[in-house]
Design a protein around this ligand. Sequence first.
Ligand code: CS2
Length: 435
Amino acid sequence: MGIGNFHRAHQAWYTEVADTDREWGIAAFTGRQPDIALELGPQGGLYTLIERGPQSDQASIVSSIVDVQDGANIGRLVEVMSRTETALVTLTVTEAGYRLDADGGLNRDDVELTSDIDRIATNLAADEPGPASQPTTVLGRLVLGLAARQRRGSGPVSIVCCDNIPSNGEVLRRAVSTLAGWVEEDLARWIESEVDFVSTVVDRITPAATVADREIASELIGARDVSPVVTEPFSEWILSGEFRAGRPQWEAAGARFVTDIEPYERRKLWLLNGAHTILAHFGLQRGLTTVAEAIGDQEGFRRVDEFWNAACRHLPEDLDLGQYRADILERFRNPRIEHLLSQIARDSATKLRYRVAPVARAELRDGRADRSCALAFATWMRLVLDGYRAPGPVDPDLEIAVESADPSEALLRLVDGELADSQEFDDAVRRARQA
Ligand code: CS2
């Protein structure tokens, strides 16, 4: 579920490389918009993956996606998910796609989500479900697919969350079980016993491809491709969980399976994604466009470095953090990867919650209101209050916070209640806003 560039540069590529016997195939469903299905469908799911190194491009054709569908095609989703041979559902729908609140629970005020409860119930009761009974949220669609699987007795399945959320498997388990329980207690119980939720750390910088990239791809492969994906050579996938229904041998393509994933999650979300979010707001405010430009700016680098120092105080030392930091810098500086800051600045409230807030909270517990974290919040607030909005759908909660009597407090609360309750941190953010 979710067939954006990242899924195609990551899980589809791992499956392609690992599954040399061609035992597996991905039925891919778009998320918010059907566009990629319209592009990829006529190509039979095939596309070029351009690995863009600092010096040159390398192209390969990925063929692991065997069926491409508009996510709104619920009938097809239900049919695929209820087949016994369907073993896995991966999700790449962005952090905000899960519609969680600041405490990590399902947002009960979310109208789409609550409407999905009725839609799922109506759908399950109907012989031929009509359009009004089609869930529209990712979680709603997933729950309906699982209900169909339960009814057909197709056995266990693994759900593999591939979005940048800490404990993403557990978080998804809670969200899916909660939503399922609102529909039907029995379904929630079946999910608890038959569905494996796998936590993962995913990493591969994948900027949006441009029109020029289509030509480059077509030239490299000697055929027309309207939907290539550009990515960096680096890639990482760490997974933790059960796969009762089986899985491709992703380790053959470099994936790692671990029992304790938490330290890896923190390392990646804080150091790489945290730096991205800091650079995005800082760079946009300075009139910069790409990550490479923002990290090339002395002040941009300084802000990241200070934040990393704070984050590393709360990471295990045996994770080779010095090397990890050096590698990130090299990846960010890849001058041929045009990673737009505006792409990263989407859904910033949710991103700050997972990437910067945990470091700020850990520092507070040690008695410090960390300056680099406060500055990260302050820079975002200034940008938003100056009227900047990243391309994409309007976030009504953000607009309410901006219009409130005390936007500084309201924006902080939108990200993290604990930080907003801390007088010390709130003061530090206000000081940073004035600096
Ligand atoms: C980025 C991520 O857009 C963003 O918020 O921080 O997409 C980042 O590029 C990936 O997580 C890299 O693995």
